[in-house]
Design a protein around this ligand. Sequence first.
Ligand code: SF4
Length: 78
Amino acid sequence: MYSLMIKDNYNIEVKKAFIVYIRSKSKLIEIEIKDEIYNDLQIILNEIINIIQKGYFPKRTKYKSRCRDCTYRNICIK
Ligand code: SF4
């Protein structure tokens, strides 16, 4: 998402991003930004817009393991 914002605001190509896991001794992960990421991001953004504008909720994740430590598991309606 940050890459898309940087790309749009500054009209520059973004090739890398970094994630820092502060709870894991600031472990640094480098991510290569490919064009496919923006396609996937657009799908996610469309889902968010649907939620906000139409009250549509996306399907539950098919990966049950994601629910285990999800912030929203106590209020998830799926
Ligand atoms: S608990 Fe979290 S990860 Fe699982 S379906 Fe609900 S929102 Fe998605």
